[in-house]
Unconditional design. Structure first.
Lengths: 378, 425
C-alpha cells in the first residue's frame, strides 16, 4: 500500500475523517449561510498549514502571514473588481470603466499595474508569484544575514504594519481602508448566489486537501527532516554542509504561497478584500489558529482554524458584549494546559485509548498479546 | 439547481418532528389572534403586510441592530446602540408598528469589516429582519452594502459620511458631505472674514472626500479664498507637532480639521500645548461631537467650532424630551452626539414609513420612503429625500469647557442632500 508509507495509520484516520467531515457531514448538516462561514474559516486553514511547515517544523515564527494572505486576496480582488467595473456598470461615474474608488479619488485612468489584472491567467499566476517573490526577497535579505528567531518575528510584524499603512494611504490605487468591495462575478458567473457558494465551497475543499498533501509531502522528504534538524540544532546542520539560509527561505516562501492561496479563496468566498486582513492583529490571529490546532500537526491546523473561528462566531452571536473575553480565555487555556494544541490533546488522551481498544480487540482474537503489552499503559 | 435544493429542504423539513411541531404551533396562531390580547396584535393581518417571508408575526416584528460593541469603534458606536434601543422602546410603548411589538436582535460587528458583512447576512438570511439599524464607519457600510442589495434588506445608517453612494436598500439618516461642509464654510467666510484655510484629516475616504469638497468650495465659490495646506494622518496617529509648526508658520485664518477617533485627543492637547489659543485662532471641525469631547477634555477644545446637524444643547421641546429620556435610560453622565441623534431617527423613520406603506415588505418600504416626515426629531423637522438621504438643517456650535456645544448659527431652511454633487467631484 502506498498510503501506509505516505501516511501512517493515525494520519490516515485523520485524513479520512477530515475528508468525511468537510465533504459529507458539514455540507449535509449546514445551510448555505453556515456552510459559507465554514468556507471562510477554511481559508485561514491554508495559512495555518503554511505556518505548520514554517513555524512548527522549520522553527521560523512569522508574525506577518497576513501580508501574504492579503497579497493573494488583493490579486484576486483586482481581477474581480475590473470585471465588476465594466463601462456599463459604472456609467454614473465621472470616468466610467474604472473601479469606483478610483473615481472618488480623481483618478481618470487605470494605473499601469492594474491593467494586466484584467486577464484571469495573469491574476492566477500573480496570486502565486507575487507573494512567492516578495517572501523570497524578505527571506533572502534576512536569512542570508542570519537574522532569525525573535528578530525575524519582529521584522515580519513590522512588514505587516507597513503593508497596512501603504494600502490605507494609497487609497486611489488600493481602495484604502474600505478595501476592494462589491465583487460580483467571475467570468460572468455570479459568485454571490447560493448555488455558487456551494460550488466554491467544494472547490476550496479540493484545494485544501491538495495543500494538505503537498505539506505532508514536504514534511516526509529529506527537506522536511532538514527543517526539523534546523529547528533543533541550526549550527550542526550548517556544519554538516547544508545551506541553512536556503532551506529557511524555502520554508518561508512555501508558507507565503499557502497563505496567498487562502487569501485568494477568501476573496471569492467573502466577496471583498480589505487591509483589515493584512495587519498585525490578523497575522497574530493566524498564528493562534496554528497554536490552537497544534503547531506540529497539519490536520490540527485545519481543526484549529475551524474551532477558533467557530468559537468567534458563536460566542459573538450569543454574548455580543462579552465574547472577546471568552475567546481570550480559550487561548489562555490552550496555551497553559495544552501547549501542543488540539493535536496534543488527541495524541495524549484520545489516541492511546483508541490504540488500547484496538489492541485489546486483537488480543481477544488471540494473536496480538505483544502489541497489547507494547501499548502505552498510561 | 437552486430550486431542486430548496424543495429537498422543505421535504426534509416536513419530516422532522421538531419542524412539524413548529408548524402545528404556527397553525394555532390564527386561533390565538381571535383571543383578546393586551396591546399588540391589533394590526392588519400578517399575510397582508408581509408577503416576502420577513420575521413578522401577528404580534411581533424583528429588526436587527448591528454595531461594534467591541474593538476600537465600540466607544463611538455605543451611543448609536443606546439611541436605537431607546427609540424601539418608545415606539413599543406607543403601540408598536402596525400593531406589532418590535423585537430586536443585536449583533456585534467587532470593529471588523468582514464580521459586519457576516453578521449582516445572518440578520437578513437567518433572522429575516424587517430592517437593520447599523454600521458606523464607511468601511463597514461598504462591506455590508452588497449583502443588503443581494438579500434585499433595509439598512438605516446613522453616520455623517462622504456621500458618493445611494442605494434602494439604505436610508442615510446622517448628513452627507456637502450638507455638512458648504454651509459651515460659508458661515466662517462671512462672519469671521476667513480667507485662508489649512485642511487636515485622518487618512481614509471620509476626510479625503470631505476635504476635496471643501477645497472645491473654497477655491471655486468663495471670493478670494485659498487653501494653504492639506495634510493627512494615519488612523490612530498621535504626533501632530510637525503639522502644528507648519500651521504656526502659515498662520491660516481657519484650521479645518477632520481628524477622527483617538487621534483627536492628541491633536487638541498638542495644539493647546503649542500655545494656539482657540479664542484667537479659528478652528472648524466636522468630526468632533460631544462624544469625542468626552475623551479630549472640554478645557482642551473650548472655543473650537463644529459644523454638524445636532448638538445636545439644542433648545427645543423635542430635544428636551429626548435628552431626558436618554439620560433616564442610560444614566445622567451619558452625552449625546450628532450620530447618536441620527441613530435615534432610524427606528422612527422606519416605523413611519412602514405605516405609510401599510406593509413591512422591503420594496414597498423603499418606495414609500421619499417624503416621509418626522416632526418629533430632536434636531427638529426632517424629511426623507428621493435619494434616501435626509433633508436637515446645518448648524455651527462653539465648544465650551463643560463639554457641550453652544449653538452659534443654523441654516434658515433645510439643506438638500446631494450625494453626487456636480462640480465638487
Amino acid at each position: 500500500m502506498i498510503n501506509s508509507r505516505f501516511f501512517n495509520r493515525s494520519e490516515l484516520i485523520g485524513f479520512v475523517s477530515l475528508l468525511l467531515l468537510l465533504v459529507v457531514i458539514l455540507p449535509l448538516a449546514l445551510d448555505v449561510f453556515r456552510l459559507n462561514l465554514v468556507a471562510k474559516y477554511l481559508t485561514y486553514a491554508f495559512v495555518a498549514i503554511g505556518l505548520v511547515l514554517c513555524w512548527g517544523y522549520g522553527g521560523i515564527l512569522s508574525l506577518g502571514q497576513g501580508v501574504f494572505f492579503g497579497l493573494g486576496g488583493y490579486c484576486m480582488a483586482m481581477f474581480l473588481k475590473l470585471e465588476a467595473s465594466s463601462v456599463e456598470n459604472t456609467k454614473i461615474q465621472s470616468t466610467p470603466g474604472i473601479p469606483d474608488f478610483m473615481d472618488w479619488n480623481q483618478l481618470t485612468q487605470l494605473p499601469f499595474f492594474w491593467k494586466p489584472f484584467a486577464s484571469f491567467p495573469f491574476a492566477l499566476a500573480a496570486i502565486i508569484l507575487v507573494p512567492a517573490i516578495f517572501s523570497f526577497i524578505i527571506g533572502a535579505a534576512m536569512f542570508k544575514r542570519r537574522v532569525g528567531g525573535v528578530y525575524f518575528a519582529i521584522i515580519t510584524q513590522a512588514i505587516a504594519a507597513i503593508m497596512t499603512i501603504l494600502i490605507v494611504g494609497q487609497q486611489g490605487y488600493t481602495g484604502g481602508i474600505n478595501g476592494i468591495t462589491d465583487l460580483r462575478t467571475l467570468h460572468g458567473w455570479d459568485i454571490r448566489t447560493d448555488h455558487a457558494k456551494y460550488i466554491l465551497y467544494f472547490v476550496e475543499v479540493f484545494f485544501l486537501f491538495a495543500a494538505i498533501l503537498v505539506a505532508q509531502f514536504i514534511r516526509l522528504t529529506k527537506l522536511g527532516r532538514i527543517l526539523v534538524a534546523m529547528r533543533e540544532q541550526e549550527d550542526r546542520v550548517r556544519f554538516s554542509g547544508y545551506s541553512v539560509a536556503n532551506f529557511k527561505i524555502f520554508a518561508f516562501c512555501a508558507a507565503a504561497v499557502f497563505a496567498a492561496v487562502g487569501g485568494a479563496l477568501f476573496t471569492l468566498e467573502v466577496g471583498f478584500m480589505s487591509p483589515s486582513f493584512v495587519g498585525i492583529v490578523p497575522s497574530i490571529e493566524m498564528v493562534i489558529y496554528t497554536a490552537v490546532g497544534g503547531r506540529l500537526s497539519i490536520f490540527g491546523a485545519v481543526y484549529g482554524s475551524l474551532l477558533v473561528n467557530f468559537a468567534k462566531t458563536s460566542l459573538s452571536e450569543t454574548f455580543p458584549q462579552l465574547w472577546l473575553f471568552g475567546l481570550g480565555a480559550l487561548f489562555i487555556a490552550v496555551v497553559l494546559a495544552f501547549p501542543n494544541g488540539l493535536a496534543g490533546i488527541w495524541g495524549d488522551y484520545v489516541q492511546p485509548r483508541i490504540d488500547k481498544l484496538l489492541a485489546s480487540r486483537t488480543k481477544k482474537s488471540g494473536n496480538g498479546g505483544l502489541v497489547a503489552n507494547g501499548a502505552p499503559a498510561e | 439547481m437552486n430550486g431542486v435544493l430548496m424543495s429537498d429542504e422543505t421535504e426534509k423539513g416536513l419530516k422532522s418532528p421538531l419542524r412539524r411541531q413548529l408548524l402545528m404551533g404556527m397553525a394555532a396562531i390564527p386561533a390565538l389572534a381571535m383571543m383578546p390580547r393586551p396591546s399588540f396584535g391589533a394590526g392588519p393581518a400578517t399575510s397582508a403586510v408581509n408577503t416576502t417571508g420577513l420575521a413578522v408575526t401577528d404580534s411581533e416584528v424583528t429588526v436587527g441592530i448591528l454595531h461594534s460593541v467591541t474593538g476600537t469603534m465600540a466607544i463611538s458606536e455605543t451611543g448609536s446602540v443606546q439611541a436605537e434601543k431607546l427609540a424601539i422602546e418608545q415606539i413599543n410603548a406607543a403601540g408598536g408598528v402596525l400593531g406589532r411589538k418590535i423585537k430586536y436582535i443585536q449583533e456585534d460587528g467587532a470593529s471588523d469589516w468582514p464580521t459586519f458583512a457576516e453578521k449582516a447576512k445572518k440578520l437578513l438570511v437567518n433572522d429575516k429582519c424587517a430592517a437593520v439599524m447599523g454600521c458606523w464607519t464607511s468601511a463597514s457600510r461598504k462591506a455590508v452594502l452588497p449583502v443588503f442589495e443581494q438579500y434585499n434588506g433595509m439598512l438605516y445608517y446613522p453616520t455623517f459620511y462622504e456621500g458618493l453612494e445611494q442605494s434602494k436598500n439604505v436610508i442615510y439618516t446622517g448628513q452627507e458631505a456637502t450638507q455638512q461642509i458648504i454651509a459651515g464654510l460659508d458661515w466662517v467666510n462671512k462672519t469671521k472674514g476667513a480667507k485662508t484655510f489649512y485642511l487636515l484629516g485622518s487618512d481614509y475616504i471620509w476626510p479625503r472626500t470631505s476635504n476635496k469638497i471643501a477645497r472645491k468650495h473654497i477655491e471655486g465659490h468663495l471670493q478670494g479664498c485659498k487653501v494653504v495646506g492639506e495634510e493627512y494622518f494615519p488612523l490612530g496617529h498621535t504626533q501632530f507637532n510637525s503639522v502644528i509648526n507648519k500651521i504656526k508658520l502659515t498662520k491660516p485664518d481657519v484650521i479645518y480639521a477632520i481628524i477622527v477617533g483617538g487621534s483627536n485627543v492628541a491633536f487638541y492637547k498638542q495644539l493647546k500645548a503649542a500655545g494656539i489659543d482657540m479664542s484667537k485662532q479659528t478652528l472648524l471641525t466636522i468630526s468632533v461631537t460631544e462624544d469625542e469631547i468626552d475623551g479630549i477634555g472640554g478645557e482642551n477644545i473650548a472655543g473650537a467650532y463644529a459644523c454638524m446637524k445636532y448638538f445636545q444643547s439644542l433648545d427645543n421641546a423635542n430635544n428636551k424630551a429626548f435628552v431626558s429620556a436618554f439620560k433616564k435610560m442610560w444614566g445622567e453622565k451619558t452625552v449625546i452626539g450628532d450620530v447618536t441623534q441620527a441613530a435615534y431617527l432610524g427606528p422612527w423613520l422606519w416605523k413611519l414609513t412602514v405605516e405609510k406603506a401599510g406593509s413591512f415588505d422591503i420594496d414597498k418600504v423603499a418606495a414609500a420612503s421619499p417624503g416621509i416626515e418626522f416632526k418629533g426629531a430632536p434636531e427638529g423637522y426632517v424629511r426623507i429625500h428621493e435619494n434616501h438621504h435626509l433633508w436637515s438643517k446645518t448648524r455651527v456650535g462653539r465648544a465650551k469647557a463643560d463639554g457641550q456645544y453652544e449653538l452659534i448659527y443654523e441654516t434658515a431652511d433645510l439643506v438638500e442632500p446631494d450625494p453626487f454633487p456636480k462640480g465638487y467631484q
